[in-house]
Design a protein around this ligand. Structure first.
Ligand code: AHR
Length: 504
């Protein structure tokens, strides 16, 4: 068996993991809200129409923050449409997805749902068709205690206490030609600056995320970040990054290497932020909000058909990617990459949460099940909290279509507050099991608590409502410890969570 080596020390730290790294995203799109989290009449629906079975699956993921209400949707959205008596709320054409929005679920309902699933909202304001005035008004409506027209309206609408929304996105993907009312970098930078300013004047405790370029492959990428940051650097707290991967080429080794692209992407955006900070002689360090990331391609052809067939439909089954096992492996490597950048990536939202490119799927009137990609997120969210450590990994490697020297074994580790240590490791090899030999002498004495493994013989295997456990983690305690060294067998094509108890 080939061997990969890993050296870890408790003093080799990257930084504290911000728990918001395990965030998610719900957009008014497809069956994410209507038919996803919300289905009045469903046997498990609560008095507000929210599905309890879905809430339970969401709670298990322990997601600290959920971005809402878009996405592309937000660039044409009037937040006032989504408050007040439901029967009086307007139905509107949504030009982002060419569907009809009924506003049956709106701001108050979303806040109620967040409370039920123990998460915090990350609210996006519309900087497409609207601007600073509406943004400051919604902050006042949500966060001001009372005594003004807008805060009193919130109270009248049933919420005596302010919502206290702490995290706000300044629009969405504003350089994308598909965006309702896209902008140039200079236009957006100015608007983002003025919007951030007035929002923070209303509530100085909030943090705001400015839109980076919508994709790494956009011609605007790079210059967009630089130019817009030159306008708003001192007024914002995070820059957003979005990235979706595909395996259109049906080349699994190449697909599994995409975390190297993510790594380059993060490094590049950090460099641009620091270049602007340097140019401005600023002492401030900007952090990143990777607020859309996932695999997205399985449903694209079907979406075109649906859009042609049912323009202006409601709750259409759009972006319903059925994820396979190789997607879960990639998600594992992407999470490992985020942890390796925990010093600068503070927020990350898997896009999205339910039905729409999602780890959780539902059937109308029926069940709920975990897609393959649910499992790496579940385990990294559960055990990836604490201090991210900087491992030195040496692994046999391979070359593929787009990358050279891709390590078969990719790994990182997090030490929790109670001292316990978790190693997350993937074996990308489709042929061979590998030994992971970890030098952990810096931790003194330790023992293996658990070795969780996500593996399937078929990289294209999927979970369905009928077979929800086809791709499912197994739990054991394999491996051995001797002289401060850990040895664990990593099965071919597997994602592994190795939990260790460290004896102080
Ligand atoms: O998550 C789906 C869409 O992808 C979002 O609405 C948009 O921001 C991105 O292009």
């Amino acid at each position: 068996m080939k061997t990969a080596t890993l050296i870890l020390d408790r003093d080799f730290t990257i930084g504290e993991v911000d728990k918001r790294l395990y965030g998610s995203f719900i957009e008014h799109l497809g069956r994410a809200v209507y038919g996803g989290i919300y289905e009045p009449g469903h046997p498990t629906a609560d008095e507000n129409g929210f599905r309890r079975d879905v809430m339970e699956m969401v709670r298990r993921l322990d997601i600290p923050v959920v971005r809402y209400p878009g996405g592309n949707f937000v660039s044409g959205f009037n937040w006032e449409d989504s408050i007040g008596p439901r029967e009086k709320r307007p139905k509107r054409l949504d030009l982002a997805w060419f569907t009809t929005e009924t506003n049956e679920v709106g701001l108050h309902e979303f806040i109620d749902w967040c409370r039920e699933v123990h998460t915090q909202p990350m609210y996006a304001v519309n900087l497409g068709t609207r601007g600073p005035d509406d943004a400051r008004r919604i902050v006042e409506y949500c966060n001001h205690p009372g005594g003004t027209e807008l805060s009193d309206l919130r109270i009248k609408n049933g919420a005596k206490d302010p919502f206290g929304i702490k995290l706000w996105c300044l629009g969405n993907e504003m350089d994308g030609p598909w965006q309702i009312s896209a902008k140039t970098a200079a236009e957006y930078g100015r608007v983002a600056c003025e919007t951030a300013k007035v929002m923070k004047w209303v509530d100085p405790s909030i943090e705001v995320v400015a839109c980076g370029s919508s994709m790494l492959d956009m011609p605007t990428f790079g210059t967009w970040e630089y130019q817009m940051l030159m306008e708003c650097y001192e007024h914002i707290d995070y820059v957003s990054l979005h990235r979706y991967y595909n395996n259109h080429a049906n080349n699994t080794p190449d697909f599994l290497a995409r975390s190297m692209d993510l790594d380059d992407f993060i490094t590049t955006v950090v460099s641009i932020c620091d270049a602007v900070g340097g140019t401005k002689h600023s002492r401030k360090k900007l952090n990143l909000s990777f607020d859309e990331w996932n695999v997205w391609y399985h449903s694209l052809a079907q979406d075109e058909e649906i859009k042609k067939r049912d323009r202006w439909g409601r709750a259409l089954p759009l972006l319903e990617d059925i994820y396979n096992f190789e997607d879960a492996l990639l998600i594992g490597t992407l999470l490992i990459t985020f942890l390796r950048h925990a010093d600068r990536v503070k927020i990350a939202c898997m896009a999205q949460l339910v039905n729409v490119i999602a780890p959780i799927m539902t059937c109308a009137g029926g069940g709920v099940w975990a897609q393959t990609i649910y499992w790496p997120l579940y385990y990294v969210s559960k055990y990836g909290r604490g201090t991210a450590l900087r491992p030195i990994v040496k692994s046999p490697s391979y070359d593929c279509a787009d990358y050279e020297q891709v390590p078969y074994v990719d790994a990182t580790a997090v030490q929790a507050e109670d001292g316990s240590l978790t190693i997350f490791a993937i074996n990308r090899s489709l042929e061979e099991d590998m030994e992971l030999s970890a030098d952990l002498r810096g931790f003194g004495s330790f023992e293996i608590v658990e070795h969780v493994m996500l593996h399937h013989e078929d990289v294209k295997a999927v979970n369905t409502e009928l077979h929800p456990d086809n791709v499912h983690p197994t739990r054991g305690a394999s491996g051995s410890v001797a002289d401060g060294r850990l040895s664990v067998a990593l099965k071919k094509q597997s994602f592994n969570v190795i939990r260790l108890k460290v004896h102080e």
